[in-house]
Design a protein around this ligand. Structure first.
Ligand SMILES: Cc1cc2nc3c(=O)[nH]c(=O)nc-3n(C[C@H](O)[C@H](O)[C@H](O)COP(=O)(O)O)c2cc1C
Length: 362
């Protein structure tokens, strides 16, 4: 039987294990999310790269495969965030996750409807803000983490957030095994959230060749680039990223505009929506216009890598943890292993405290 570790997170969401699979764009679809839910963790659907209709279909498909709780990640600054929130409420999705701090009214609306609100944050002051607005818990992502990331490592960011808020804090950035879960719990976190580790599972729909590319990489093989979309983005250090890093500003921008156009036609988004989203993003993150255009470019670059398997033309978001991951377990094997190892670690630590392991005569 799998070990059980009960925390404020498992109680809040009604899951068996304090393990979260995060909402990774193009990666966290119904198959991965349902597998995580079935294995007793919290799976989160990524909706930032889905149209509204695709999100509707993904929620329906996830529900068809599992009756366990799951979550949906929403871009808080998306123009249609309020409609997506109404969809979550209608479909009785258990958890709303946000990449950026959601507006106070959106949190209130979700909470009134009984949805658990869990924004992802990268600094203690943001955790304080969303907690004061009623967020139920936060995911805090340290600099080791894949995708958009900050400069401070989990080992320091996590305690700073734990000291600042009273709500459950879930640790993210650099987690992959039971030692990590036990360490996060020792800090006072209520669980761990992992992106890269779940990307590298059997149920992840990322093409096998791309998974192999991640597996063969070492600890030094990710880079935080500002050239992908103008914001710090941790990705595998590929030839394309190297070229972007050394390209002039205008060349990057021209490519970005072309990709933004492709994203527009693919998602059926109107230019007016893209511009409105861009304006909101510019205001929320204090970005320049060139950064906004580059941000619109990112989904296409990630899609080329993570969906089409084109590692030459695509960007592969990745945490540093990719350097220590060496296998592709099923999601259930992964979660059982992490929880079992964490429980053994916790027992070993408790034994140290009791002196039960003390050498005879000492
Ligand atoms: C391929 C990939 C795509 C990601 N896409 C998103 C996203 O769309 N929204 C989001 O909030 N975070 C995204 N992230 C960040 C993850 O949700 C998570 O916070 C991060 O991966 C944690 O660090 P780890 O990779 O060390 O586990 C992405 C990460 C990866 C690796």
């Amino acid at each position: 039987m799998t070990a059980r570790i009960r925390t404020a997170l498992t109680d809040l969401v009604g899951i068996e294990h304090p393990v979260v699979q995060t909402g990774m764009g193009w990666v966290a679809g119904p198959r991965l999310v349902a597998a995580t839910a079935d294995a007793g963790g919290l799976g989160i659907l990524a909706s930032a790269t889905m149209t509204f209709a695709e999100l509707e279909a993904a929620i329906a498909k996830t529900k068809a495969h599992t009756d366990k709780p799951f979550g949906v990640n929403i871009r808080a600054d998306a123009t249609d965030a309020p409609e997506r929130i109404e969809l979550l409420i209608r479909e009785q999705v258990r958890v709303a996750s946000f990449a950026l701090a959601p507006k106070r009214e959106l949190i209130a609306r979700l909470k009134d409807a009984g949805v658990v609100v869990v924004p992802s944050i990268g600094a203690a002051k943001h955790a304080v803000k969303v907690a004061s607005w009623g967020a139920d818990a936060v995911i805090v992502q340290g600099g080791e983490g894949g995708g958009h990331t900050g400069p401070v490592a989990t080992t320091l960011l996590l305690p700073s957030v734990l000291d600042a808020v009273d709500i459950p804090v879930v640790a993210a950035g650099g987690f992959f095994d039971g030692r990590g879960l036990a360490a996060a719990l020792a800090y006072g976190a209520a669980g761990v959230a992992m992106g890269t580790r779940f990307l590298l599972t059997q149920e992840s729909t990322v093409p096998d060749a791309v998974k192999r590319e991640y597996l063969r990489r070492g600890l030094q093989d990710t880079v935080v680039s500002l050239k992908v979309d103008g914001m710090p983005h941790r990705v595998l250090n590929t030839e394309l990223v190297d070229r972007l890093e050394h390209s002039g500003r205008w060349r990057g921008l021209a490519a970005a505009v072309s990709n933004a156009t492709k994203f527009k036609s693919m998602t059926g988004m109107k230019w007016s929506t893209i511009v409105r989203d861009g304006l909101a993003m510019r205001k929320a993150k204090d970005l320049s216009w060139s950064q906004v255009v580059m941000a619109a470019n990112t989904p296409m670059l990630l899609k080329a890598g993570l969906v089409e398997g084109n590692t030459q033309a695509g960007v592969l978001a990745a945490g540093q943890v990719t350097g220590v991951i060496e296998d592709l377990p099923t999601v259930r094997e992964l979660i059982d292993r992490i929880v079992g190892d964490a429980a053994a670690r916790i027992d070993a630590l408790a034994a140290l405290r009791d002196g039960a392991n003390a050498a005879p005569g000492s």
